[in-house]
Design a protein around this ligand. Structure first.
Ligand SMILES: Nc1nc2c(c(=O)[nH]1)N[C@H]1C(S)=C(S)[C@@H](COP(=O)(O)O)O[C@H]1N2
Ligand SMILES: [Mo]
Length: 544
């Protein structure tokens, strides 16, 4: 080993001696901060936890194209990816601050406080923030800073070394400058282990408290018996399901139903204390309704196909369920609301949810006779938490983001001129009727299939207008009329099928639908933003 190498090795050893306890202290401080923050959030409000609050703030500030990309790339895992991203960033900060603490103990502790302050600001700034939502982040920050300051006091500080040629005479009693001061390894390990143990225990306790809250909410939901609807659903006609292998079933189960929302933790609303307030322009009798008030009204049950505006051509964000609810138009009339066509002053209904989401719906559409609902039931059970328990809105024919407010708690009558809802502020259209779409479910894209008769099948939707025809073509050949499933209602999607005499080779299959007004689905490709994707779905398959 050359002298130079030996010197380098010694320097590495010295760096490791400070670096390892430094990084470790940073991570332990972050762990302690998060544990204390999550524990206090479990007692104050689950959503006030710093990771959830930061995630929510990030979601709200993410530019639309990035959000679309995230939904496209990660699908419904987008929220998990976001959480992991935030945690990864915190780990990096923690290591950096821990390393800095070796030399700048107080500054590093201040850095921890600063990171915590960011969490506190994010938590307090959430649209649904409670009065104490900043507290968990602040408690966590103080804990983290104290832990880092304390641990950093136990490991050797990096001292400035005199330059090699400095002729500074040192008093004979001073220790040689290259030797780090003694490091009481046992004391550090003991302290680090204690911090880790207490943090882990707090984390477990926080999880337990959250789980207890969740199972309490689940038990309360399970105990609910929905009354029989005064107007039950007309069963889907026989033949609404064509029974083709690989096709989307006509009715979507609750577990298969897509979920799209900005909620990082699904709200668990207590139906007993839940209230819906209806107020605003033209409301002559403001109402506050309880869950029981709704259940005492006449309930109707309907099949309605819901679609998300961010669905790509051929995408999965559409589902058809059997919903039970109160006709929203009746409730609005009770409140004295008249639609614009009858001289009412409000053309927009703004729904607000317990998690601060706002959705703006045309009053005219809600009151034009369609089955707009304050829904309480989905496929025969109370709404699942994921889908808006205890009450959500649904308006056949309108994309979810302008109509289907989950966890609703407030309805305000206003105008489109006066108020932009959440997604409208992010450049999505203020008014968005669902665009006619058709999708090939089978065969799947890039499937290898044997030559012969191949069933090509899927679904098409044009909610509240109806589907009159679906055609497919292969390799730009002539359009072929498909067999349409029996129509359930104009508010539901419709299956279609065509038997393809498939010859060997690579082929491209395209589909297009015609709605009840006779309009053929446009071939022009457009992005989901601002008002929903257009264009024909196609798949390429290999026939052997
Ligand atoms: N409170 C709340 N309601 C919401 C949303 C949301 O983010 N928050 N997303 C809307 C959107 S964009 C759609 S497409 C539907 C999706 O409903 P689902 O998750 O039950 O399928 O809910 C709507 N209601
Ligand atoms: Mo959506």
């Amino acid at each position: 080993m050359s002298g130079n190498e030996a010197q380098r090795t010694t320097r590495w050893r010295a760096a490791a001696r400070v670096g390892i306890p430094g990084a470790l202290s940073g991570l332990l401080a972050a762990g302690a901060a998060l544990a204390v923050a999550e524990l206090s959030a479990s007692l104050i409000r689950r959503e006030a936890g710093p990771v959830t609050a930061l995630g929510g703030a990030v979601i709200d500030r993410t530019p639309a194209p990035v959000k679309d990309w995230a939904i496209r790339t990660f699908g419904t895992n987008d929220k998990l990816v976001l959480r992991l991203g935030i945690l990864a960033l915190l780990v990096l900060f923690a290591i950096a601050l821990g390393l800095a603490a070796a030399r700048f103990r107080r500054t590093a502790a201040l850095g921890v406080l600063l990171v915590g302050a960011v969490g506190a600001v994010a938590a307090a700034g959430r649209p649904d923030a409670g009065r104490f939502d900043a507290v968990p982040s602040l408690l966590g920050a103080v804990t983290g800073a104290a832990v880092l300051h304390f641990l950093a006091g136990l490991f050797p500080a990096i001292r400035r070394r005199p330059a090699p040629d400095a002729q500074e005479p040192s008093p004979p009693t001073a220790p040689p400058p290259d030797v780090p001061p003694a490091f009481d390894r046992r004391a550090f390990v003991l302290a680090a282990t204690s911090v880790a143990a207490v943090s882990a225990a707090s984390g477990v306790l926080a999880t337990r408290i959250n789980q207890a809250g969740s199972s309490q909410a689940a038990a309360a939901r399970d105990a609910i018996r929905l009354p029989a609807p005064a107007s039950p659903v007309t069963p889907s006609p026989r033949g609404a399901d064509l029974g083709v292998e690989g096709i989307t079933p006509h009715l979507t189960s609750n577990t298969d139903f897509y979920r799209v929302d900005t909620a990082l933790t699904v709200p668990r609303v207590n139906a007993r204390s839940w209230r819906l307030r209806i107020h605003g322009a033209g409301v002559t009798r403001p109402l506050t309704l309880s869950y029981d008030d709704l259940l005492r009204r006449e309930l109707i049950e309907r099949h309605i196909t819901l679609t998300c505006v961010s669905n790509q051509v051929g995408g999965p964000y559409a589902g058809n369920a059997r919903w039970i609810g109160v006709p929203l138009a009746d409730v609005l009339r009770d409140a004295g609301v008249r639609p614009p066509s009858e001289g009412g002053p409000a053309d927009q209904l703004v729904a607000r949810s317990v998690d601060g989401m706002t959705l703006g719906t045309p009053v005219e559409a809600v009151m034009d006779g369609r089955d707009a609902l304050l829904a309480v039931g989905m496929n025969g059970e109370p709404l699942p938490f994921d889908h808006g328990f205890p009450v959500r809105m649904l308006v056949p024919g309108l994309y979810g983001y302008v109509s289907a407010c989950k966890w609703i708690e407030d309805i305000e009558l206003t105008t489109f001129a006066d108020f932009d809802a959440y997604w409208v502020r992010r450049d999505w259209a203020a008014q968005a009727p669902i665009r006619t779409q058709s999708r090939i479910d089978t065969p799947r894209g890039f499937a290898d299939i044997p030559a012969g008769t191949v069933p090509v099948a899927g679904v098409a939707w044009a909610q509240h207008t109806g589907i009159d025809r679906v055609e497919v073509r292969v390799d730009d050949g002539p359009w072929q009329e498909t067999e349409l499933a029996a129509e359930d209602t104009v508010d539901t999607w419709r299956q279609w099928r065509w038997d393809w005499p498939a010859q060997p080779g690579r082929h491209r299959i395209e589909v297009r639908a015609t709605d009840r007004t006779g309009e053929i689905q446009t071939s022009e490709r457009s992005d989901p933003i601002p008002g929903g994707a257009t264009g024909w779905h196609s798949v390429v398959v290999e026939v052997a």
